[in-house]
Design a protein around this ligand. Structure first.
Ligand SMILES: NC(=O)c1ccc[n+]([C@@H]2O[C@H](COP(=O)([O-])OP(=O)(O)OC[C@H]3O[C@@H](n4cnc5c(N)ncnc54)[C@H](OP(=O)(O)O)[C@@H]3O)[C@@H](O)[C@H]2O)c1
Length: 316
């Protein structure tokens, strides 16, 4: 719950001003944390009618983001994904403006997909990326562009994101969830509040002075427990006290899956959070899906009208 995150967080310096490029699911959560901590925030969205939309930014639109509106921004989070060609829509439009800001920290949300398939083995930031899927190759290109940007950048690699309104609980309630078993297959995940919490923690670390290059530039933001989606679904069904969907064996249904779903199931890795949690000292609020799903249930029950977009993957 955001209140727990606020409790474990320290305020930033009084002159800090945060720009969130893309106030979607993760961006909005960080913006809410920052506001609760008394930090000024500006959030961009593609429509000013959207929640938390302070500024309009659509890389495909005609309107330009006025650099004057960003004056004094000291911290930046970019959540905007690569475009279809694999270019970064923010850097192509805003790099000169961003370079003119007194930035002390810039975070870029990437994906653990850049590690490619590890056949269930552990992978850390010290392992070279080996993306096989087109979307992961595009993502690695964007990471490299941010690394070259000259900004004080930290790349945060994320697995499947879940949280209130966007978890396997909602999938079960809306009869969308499928109980699929593939022996040996696991997925990693992260609760959206831990993305916000990790960003906040890394902003503080940056205030303490530059980190040794290898220890800081890229950080996996994942929880402690890679697990099979079927384990999550069973746990979620027990929390909701509802029936499970019928059991399906992956081998028997793979040919009928969409290309997107097939690609999702084609990679198997356990992503380490050692750097974030041990070296950089971030205490996860939701260290595993059991804690995280209980939180989702509590928050969904408190805010039944706040059920946001459906999950993009089966990760949470
Ligand atoms: N979902 C996952 O499981 C997952 C896993 C690993 C990594 N990621 C990556 O992590 C990041 C955050 O994920 P999320 O689930 O929080 O994403 P999200 O809710 O979809 O938010 C993405 C944000 O990007 C903005 N955006 C998209 N295209 C844009 C464009 N052309 N110009 C300007 N703004 C644009 C969206 O604008 P609007 O607010 O107007 O829609 C939105 O605010 C994304 O890059 C995502 O690809 C996601």
């Amino acid at each position: 719950m955001l209140a727990d995150l606020v409790k474990q967080s320290q305020p930033l310096a009084a002159d800090a001003k945060l720009l969130v490029l893309g106030g979607g699911y993760s961006g909005r959560c960080l913006a809410q944390l920052a506001r609760s901590m008394g930090t000024q925030v500006l959030c961009t969205r593609r429509s000013l009618d959207s929640e938390e939309a302070d500024l309009l930014f659509d890389s495909n639109g005609q309107e330009h983001l006025d650099p004057a509106a960003l004056e004094g921004v000291t911290h930046l989070l970019c959540t905007i994904p690569p475009d279809r060609e694999g270019n970064d829509p923010v850097l192509s439009k805003l790099l000169a403006t961003l370079r003119s800001l007194p930035l002390r920290w810039a975070g870029y949300l990437s994906t653990t997909g850049v590690y490619g398939d590890r056949q269930g083995g552990w992978v850390s930031e010290e392992d070279a990326p080996a993306p096989a899927l087109d979307r992961s190759i595009r993502r690695l290109n964007c990471e490299a562009a941010w690394q070259r940007s000259g900004l004080p950048i930290q790349i945060l690699r994320l697995p499947g994101i879940y949280g209130p309104g966007r978890s396997v609980l909602n999938g079960l309630q809306q009869a969308r969830a499928r109980l699929i078993e593939k022996p040996g297959q696991v997925f990693c995940r992260i609760h959206v509040e831990d993305i916000a919490g990790a960003c906040w923690h890394l902003m503080h670390r940056a205030e303490q002075g530059p980190l040794p290059t290898l220890a800081g530039t890229v950080v996996n933001v994942v929880d402690d427990l890679p697990a099979a989606t079927s384990d999550l679904l069973r746990h979620a069904a027990s929390l909701l006290d509802c029936e499970l969907p019928p059991l399906e064996q992956f081998d028997q249904i793979v040919d009928s899956m969409s290309p997107m779903a097939q690609s999702f199931w084609s990679e198997n890795r356990r992503v380490s959070n050692h750097r974030l949690c041990q070296k950089l000292g971030y205490p996860l609020l939701h260290p595993n899906y059991r804690v995280g799903l209980q939180d989702c249930l509590n928050q969904d029950t408190l805010n039944p009208s706040d059920l946001r977009s459906p999950p993009q993957s089966a990760n949470g």
